[in-house]
Design a protein around this ligand. Sequence first.
Ligand SMILES: [Zn+2]
Length: 108
Amino acid sequence: MTAKVIKPKHIPQRTCIGCRTVLAKRTLTRIVRQPDGVFIDPTGKLNGRGAYLHDQKSCWERGLRGGLANALKTTLTAEDRARLESYLANLPDETAPLNAESAQIVEN
Ligand SMILES: [Zn+2]
C-alpha cells in the first residue's frame, strides 16, 4: 500500500545583496567564492560560499561596491571585478522602468 504524502511546496528564498529584497532563489543569480576567485554560478550548484544578486545593473553595481565582497567574506581581485563587470554589462538597467506610464504625452 502506498500513501501519497502531499508536501507543501517549499520555495527557497534568498536575499539580493544589492537591494536586500528577499526573493525566490531562481529569480536571482548566484555568485560563488571558489579557491581561485569569485565566479558567476548560473546553475547554483558550485561549492563554496555563495551570494545572490538580481539580474539588474543597479543591484550588481551596488554589490560590486562592497556588498558582494562582504557577503563572500573575501576581497575582489581585479580579475574578479572584470569578470563580474563583463556580466553586468549584459544586464538590463532596471527590471521595471519607472516612467513607463508617464511617458504618454497628453496634449490639451
Ligand atoms: Zn536586487
